[in-house]
Design a protein around this ligand. Sequence first.
Ligand SMILES: [Zn+2]
Length: 388
Amino acid sequence: MIKEFFDIEHGSAHDEFQSWRAKHQRGLFLTLNTQTRAYLHGARCMHLGSGPPYFSAKDGLGSLTSKKKVCAPQPELVAWAKKRGVTVKLCEHCQRDGLLGNNDTESVATGHFSNYWIIKARPERNDFTRFPLRGKLGRWYTARPPKTWLAGDTLFIWAGSPKLRVIGWAHLVKPEAGFEDNAYYFGIEYDSNLIEGPTINDLRRDPLLRTASFLKSGPSGTVFPLTAGQGARMLQLLAPFGQGPPGFLSIPLKKAEQSEIRRRIGAGFGTAEDNRQIERAALSAATKHYKREGWQVQSVEADKCGFDLLCRKGRQECHIEVKGISGGGFGFILTYGEYQRAASDNKYELCVVQYALSNPTIQTVVGGRIFQTFQFVPLAFKAEARRG
Ligand SMILES: [Zn+2]
């Protein structure tokens, strides 16, 4: 079980940490030097006094928990660090003193905890009519499975020559499924159908992805790591291709944060009252437009679900986000929730109403097309204090 001890969170953290050490002499802990860098130590680390009795807060020697300590059996610590993108190094003294076993060394020595991987398919050997198929399980082979990957990691499927492009994505289900015919195999579940994704030229033009190891011509192999930044960038690039890659919706804003942003920026760049008028006029123009096209239109604006109008025609369903603009421009503000909806909803349509107050003119952009039609410039960030 993971235990965290941190002065900022608990006044008695130091004493609780010392008592954890006393009780778990073979245990392991991380010291978080920053939010993304940690050192792994054994409970008996010489830097902290190797054996009990351990000093307590009232001894006046300071606190060991001014930087966060995360304590657990090793496998859980690895998963803990990996999930948060924390790079782990081993304490040299703990290694020398035999407090870190071989398992720990092997698991963390690379200091690399990727959540994102490229897996390379070979067009000459693989049959792309059988995969990728969303929801289907697959077995893949590799000579060298990474030691640090975990079930749930995101896998981007790259097709080698002559395709040389991303053809889908999946997630890891069984990291170490077995060994046969001189290769290890692992189990994945496809999260997309076959797509004509970004090509080698697209990726070589990308400042983040151009340095990824799988793009270099040298290495053969099946599995290649991506950094957290490269993984996130890949998710962005794949957003137009449908259902939304796993992980893309993993940072939901709280309702309160969404409405706060909405309150601050309104629906557009004007004053709040102007914006309300424009929004009302745009909604009414859009409703008329879709009704004229034979849709049953239901306003779901109040539900704050990331779009404004739910449209139905027979079995078809369409989710319309309406953006009103007073002039003839083609720019507007999307909240993070709306952006997420656009990236993940294959029934999504954007309806831009220009000249909303004078002569409403409708332009619609279907689903993932909005990522090709518009570029998105961040307007606001939430800043949080660094700790440790
Ligand atoms: Zn140590």
